[in-house]
Write a protein that binds this ligand. Structure first.
Ligand code: NAI
Length: 328
């Protein structure tokens, strides 16, 4: 029998956790042949709720699910962890400045980085979902000096999927007909969904649309502000779609991206495309042999350059802010 993969999920009793855990346990995170053990991390007040979710997981009788453990301290939750989904985070509350938000999240992601460093398995892969995701990933990474830096990633796959869906609707094509779309930069309102390199039935996404005004005034803001639109409509933030994107990200990381296509993920920059080295920024990426690689050699026109630079500038400012707070 195969050795089960230990998957740690933080914020397990939250909305995304509720949408995510059942899919992990059913085999969608790693593949239908891979047994999993879940290690759930919550704050003490939410442990009981996590236990309730674990009861429901039991009641699904998933053949691949070989165990569920629930913790309220990171030291135990990351012990032997092979995959860590860092979902729990401190949300921005009314009147909170960016510095306060970063500081509050530093209090979560610093100890989690330390725990990953101390106890996770050698092949640990980390996906940060909790916002501000890119900078939270940077904080965790900074406190795990023994883990290769490339193992810390942040999620822009939901933005990627949102962009695919909007473009497919606009062009009246199916999702399968669109390849090589890219989200650049920060998982925030400054993110840049790029359709200039996207391929749609033998042309580019931008040419197929042929409408720069739609691109600038409709497509980009729709993708960037989709999270707020969901809250407005649903009365709660995106949870199932965020969980779905986390599944997509890890599945591709472990199993590889399809030939002839790429996806988007926030990974540590090696300086490609003028993104300062070390920033955890979204790029066009492929996954080969269990590693993300940035797609090289794309021509970036002036419009795209400006958008990428603006989002990367925001990431640099966030990095400076957490440096100043002593969090990295
Ligand atoms: P939620 O508020 O329903 O759940 C968060 C859970 O995290 C709560 O159960 C809370 O008790 C737990 N938590 C808080 N601090 C923790 C800690 N130190 N250790 C372990 N658990 C802790 O929130 P939801 O809807 O599940 O969203 C989670 C995060 O994901 C938010 O930061 C949200 O902004 C972010 N998000 C990111 C997206 C992306 O595309 N990157 C998309 C959607 C949401």
């Amino acid at each position: 029998a195969q050795v089960p993969v230990n998957v740690t999920v933080t914020g397990a009793a939250g909305q995304i956790g509720y949408a995510l855990l059942f899919r992990i346990a059913s085999g969608q995170l790693l593949g239908a042949d891979t047994p999993v053990k879940l290690r759930l991390l919550e704050i003490p007040q939410a442990v009981k709720a996590a236990e309730g979710t674990a009861m429901e997981l039991d009641d699904c009788a998933f053949p691949l699910l070989q165990g569920i453990d629930i913790f309220d301290n990171p030291g135990q939750a990351f012990e032997g962890s092979n995959v860590a989904l860092l979902v729990g985070a401190r949300p921005r509350t009314k009147g909170m400045e960016r510095g306060d938000l970063l500081e509050a999240n530093g209090g979560i992601f610093k100890p989690q980085g330390e725990a990953i460093n101390a106890g996770a398995a050698d092949d640990i892969r980390v996906l940060v979902v909790g916002n501000p995701a890119n900078t939270n990933a940077l904080i965790a990474q900074a406190h795990a000096p023994d883990v290769p830096t490339e193992r810390f990633t942040a999620m822009t796959r939901l933005d990627h999927n949102r962009a695919l869906s909007q473009l497919a609707k606009k062009l009246g094509v199916s999702i399968n007909e669109i390849k090589k779309l890219t989200i650049w930069g920060n998982h925030s309102a400054t993110q840049y969904p790029d359709i200039f390199h996207a391929e749609v039935n033998g042309t580019t996404g931008a040419k197929a649309v042929g409408d720069q005004a739609w691109l600038e005034n409709d497509f980009i803001p729709t993708v960037a502000k989709r999270g707020a639109a969901i809250i407005e409509a649903r009365g709660a933030s995106s949870a199932a779609s965020a969980a779905n994107a986390a599944i997509d990200h890890v599945y591709d990381w472990v199993n590889g991206t399809p030939e002839g296509d790429w996806t988007s993920a926030a990974i540590p920059s090696d300086g490609s495309y003028g993104v300062p080295e070390g920033l955890i920024s979204s790029f066009p990426v492929v996954s080969r042999n269990g590693r993300w690689e940035i797609v090289q050699g794309l021509d970036i026109d002036e419009f795209s350059r400006g958008r990428i630079d603006a989002s990367v500038q925001e990431l640099s400012e966030e990095r400076d802010a957490v440096k100043k707070l002593g969090l990295i």
